[in-house]
Write a protein that binds this ligand. Structure first.
Ligand code: DAH
Length: 344
């Protein structure tokens, strides 16, 4: 029996050594025959030897030989699976393929444009203020001198949340909030989202951006309004741009003016220009001297202080500045559109 045990260990060792060298299907086949072959396999022959083992030792000897057989056939199975596995082709690099470009995000065009506007006013010593998008009737209308039921309210198609709560239709309510909480001198701009009941079309959306401006101090006149707005427009559109002030009406300013700039698409030379409709001018903002009643509403003495204000549509002006025919492009998140702006 001791003799048989040595033989078993010897066969196992021989198999392990041989298995290390068998690297392909053919050598594994030979290995299988050499160890498990029906007639002359080394393991098979060990079974023959069992016959001459003493009866009381047969059980243990049989177990050892069977264990070896199990070990050899398991290992062969694994090695055969390994050599049959498909070989991965070596990775080759095709140097002629164009590289894959990874895009880095860029600021949204409206954000860029808003920042440009802010930079001009920050440079003139204005501060930036914000207000809520959900407003009360008082701040959106009444404090701005729209009495209840006043027909001027109809020019702002309002989205109501309930009786007294609405989505602000302009950024002008921020003026009121700032004047309530601070004393003159005041020099602020307030950019933000505004909402109106509009059916979307190329120049109207139910949500868009405005920037409001407000200056209150002693001795402020229409000349300040004109000078500041002209400076702002030239900073944005270049020195040569033509600007005109046109009389208008807003309940919260008196006198009021709308400001037009020369059509930068056709310069007034194309009677069928889609952007200016052939007029040669494009309205970009509303403005005026703050109505004394508005100052009274926030406890600022109109005998001592005066001021001017303006409100500009950011999207509309950006469309014009970038030459974009559709306001909806700004909100559709089409990367082909967005990637044309900002740093590449
Ligand atoms: N709030 C006005 C609008 O939405 C724009 C405007 C006009 C704002 C004159 C002003 C202003 O501050 O003085 O159409």
């Amino acid at each position: 029996m001791a003799n048989l045990k040595d033989r078993i260990d010897g066969v196992r060792k021989a198999f392990e050594d041989a298995a290390l060298k068998a690297g392909d299907a053919k050598s594994l086949e030979e290995l299988r025959t050499a160890f498990l072959g029906r007639k002359r396999g080394h393991v098979t022959l060990l079974f023959e030897e069992l016959k001459s083992v003493a009866p009381e030792e047969k059980r243990e000897a049989g177990r050892l030989v069977n264990e070896l057989k199990g070990f050899v056939s398991d290992r062969l199975q694994v090695l055969e699976a390994v050599v049959q596995a498909p070989v991965r082709p070596a990775r080759t690099i095709d140097m002629t393929l164009p590289g894959r470009k990874r895009y880095v995000g860029t600021p949204h065009p409206l954000t860029l444009f808003q920042k440009e506007i802010e930079a001009v006013f920050l440079g003139m010593g204005f501060a930036i203020e914000e207000g809520p998008e959900i407003e009360t009737d008082y701040y959106n209308f009444e404090a701005l001198n729209f009495p209840p039921h006043h027909p001027a309210r109809d020019s702002w198609d309002t989205l109501y949340i309930k009786d007294d709560l609405l989505l602000r239709t302009h950024t002008s309510p921020v003026q009121v909030r700032v004047m309530e909480r601070s004393k003159p001198p005041i020099r602020i701009i307030c950019p933000g989202r505004v909402f109106r009941r509009e059916t979307p079309d190329p120049t109207h959306l139910p949500m868009f951006l405005q920037v409001e401006g407000l200056v209150i101090d002693e001795g402020i006149t229409f000349a300040h309004l004109k000078g500041t707005l002209e400076y702002f427009i030239r900073a944005l559109f270049g020195e040569k741009i033509k600007v005109r002030f046109r009389p208008s009406f807003f309940p919260f300013t008196e006198p009021s003016a709308e400001v037009d700039i020369e059509c930068i698409v056709c310069s007034g030379k194309d009677a069928s220009c889609r952007v200016c409709g052939g007029t040669g001018w494009k309205e970009i903002l509303g403005s005026g001297m703050v109505d004394p009643q508005v100052l009274k509403n926030v406890n600022i003495d109109p005998e001592k202080y005066s001021g001017w204000a303006f409100g500009l549509g950011i999207d509309r002006t950006a469309m014009f500045a970038f030459g974009i025919p559709e306001m909806r492009y700004f909100y559709e998140n089409d990367l082909r559109f967005l990637r044309q702006f900002g740093t590449k």
